[in-house]
Design a protein around this ligand. Structure first.
Ligand SMILES: Nc1ncnc2c1ncn2[C@@H]1O[C@H](COP(=O)(O)OP(=O)(O)OP(=O)(O)O)[C@@H](O)[C@H]1O
Ligand SMILES: [Mg+2]
Length: 424
């Protein structure tokens, strides 16, 4: 393992890989372990962007192999030892549909490829198959024993049935008593998800457990034909909630422990960071990292609230959160008024922002007519300004991305009162 330094004690750029750095989430881990113990139950892990889904799914894979450190995080000990073969794939833009996903699972060396006794490659001829993706299957003998000899038999096959066959063969080879756990991260990125339910239905009863992980506010966004697998996913549909203050503070204490407590965050700094993070572990890592490095450059071992605040300003101005910063700049443009309105909306705790009272407050603060405010709000909900808001119902708006909402609330102002407002 790489040595822990102040540069990597916090990991804003990636999911948690090491259980010692994984904070909180006891209840969610228990739900995941319960699903692993229910025969035929399939897992759907969903929630907001950047809330911690991938990190949880990594721990899920560790629980599935009965890793002691991961199991010790469960509030309720499992009734038996898990013995799954976990497979982990992350979807990218090339995985446009479920057939492409099956192909990826069959051919990726991190996925099923090492476990199946045949070799699969994409068939290039486009005339046959009615547009369906086909594969070439070359049977191998002795692949599992290590001495691979290619036999001449080469068959053309349909990709999903090849995938289903491959799964069956792995399960029947007895590699793992509980079968295979196929974790598919960023499942939401697959634009055409049709067909996943029928694969789940075919394989679910045969010791193949899927864990579909992705951004969604509702399972229906992840599984289009979800009614047909309602029973299979009933026990395994798990929403990843925002982390609470104690869980977020635990991220800092675990990072400090990894550095042998050579450094510390004062309580006020922890409180401020965990408050502005609004449930998103990403900001604790981001601000934590920059605050710690800033403290060290000032030759102190203690991160104060002032240092943490300076770190956030630095993050905004130096572009260490490029996605959120670009969205912020696009939304604000050249208008102080729009920036103020954006920040007012972002400071509302509830997911849905009720406009009536808020418009009155803003009108008083900016000394403008309440009716003008709705124009700016309309802009924030428009494509030109990045669609950061959406109207959820009459007189209610919500942020399209809660990660951005937290950023917009905490980031220092870009523009000053009196800055020209020439783009309305
Ligand atoms: N339980 C946790 N303990 C400590 N850090 C965490 C935890 N969960 C998530 N993180 C951190 O929060 C950030 C986001 O986590 P992660 O990548 O798992 O989220 P995600 O929901 O998969 O995000 P995305 O929607 O972008 O895929 C990362 O920096 C990760 O290291
Ligand atoms: Mg993720």
């Amino acid at each position: 393992m790489t040595e822990i330094t102040p540069h990597n004690a916090f990991t804003p750029a990636r999911e948690v890989q090491d259980i010692d750095r994984f904070a909180g989430r006891a209840a969610t881990l228990d739900s995941l372990a319960a699903a692993l113990q229910s025969d035929g139950a399939q897992i759907v892990l969903y929630g907001q962007r950047g809330i911690g889904k991938s990190s949880l799914s990594r721990v899920l894979a560790q629980i599935a192999i009965n890793d002691e450190a991961a199991i010790s995080r469960l509030a309720t000990a499992p009734h038996s030892k898990f013995d799954y073969l976990p497979i982990y794939v992350t979807c990218d833009d090339s995985v446009t549909n479920v057939e492409k996903l099956c192909l990826r699972l069959l051919t990726d060396e991190q996925a099923l490829a090492p476990w199946i006794p045949f070799k699969v490659s994409e068939r290039t001829s486009s005339q046959e198959g009615g547009g369906k993706l086909g594969v070439k299957v070359i049977e191998l003998s002795g692949k599992l024993s290590g001495s691979i000899t290619e036999r001449k038999t080469e068959i053309q096959a349909e990709v999903t049935s090849t995938f289903i066959n491959a799964c069956r063969q792995i399960v029947s080879s007895g590699v793992a008593a509980d079968g295979v756990l196929i974790v598919i991260d960023e499942f939401d990125r697959i634009s055409d998800k049709s067909g996943i339910a029928s694969i789940i239905k075919a394989l679910g009863p045969e010791k193949i457990t899927f864990a579909l992980v992705g951004v969604a506010s509702d399972v229906r966004e992840l599984i289009s034909d979800h009614e047909s697998v309602a029973r299979q996913i009933a026990d395994g549909t798990i929403f990843v909630p925002p982390m609470d203050g104690d869980e977020l503070a635990e991220i800092i204490s675990r990072a400090m422990a990894a550095l042998n407590n050579k450094y510390s965050f004062e309580l006020a700094a922890i409180t401020w960071i965990t408050t502005i993070a609004r449930g998103h572990p990403f900001y604790v890592h981001l601000v934590g990292k920059h605050a710690l490095l800033r403290a060290i450059s000032q030759r102190t071992d203690v991160v104060t609230e002032a240092i943490a605040r300076e770190a956030l300003a630095d993050i905004a101005f130096k572009g260490s959160a490029p996605i959120q910063e670009a969205a912020y700049k696009k939304a604000v443009g050249h208008s102080y008024t729009r920036e103020h309105i954006l920040k007012k909306f972002a400071s509302v705790d509830a997911d849905e922002v009720y406009t009536t009272n808020l418009y009155g407050d803003i009108a008083r603060e900016l000394n403008i007519d309440p009716s003008a405010i709705s124009v700016y709000v309309g802009q924030l909900a428009s494509e030109k300004y990045g669609n950061v808001l959406e109207r959820s119902r009459d007189r209610y708006y919500q942020f399209t991305d809660s990660l951005f909402k937290a950023y917009a609330a905490a980031r220092p102002y870009e523009r000053k009162t009196g800055d020209k407002d020439n783009d309305i």
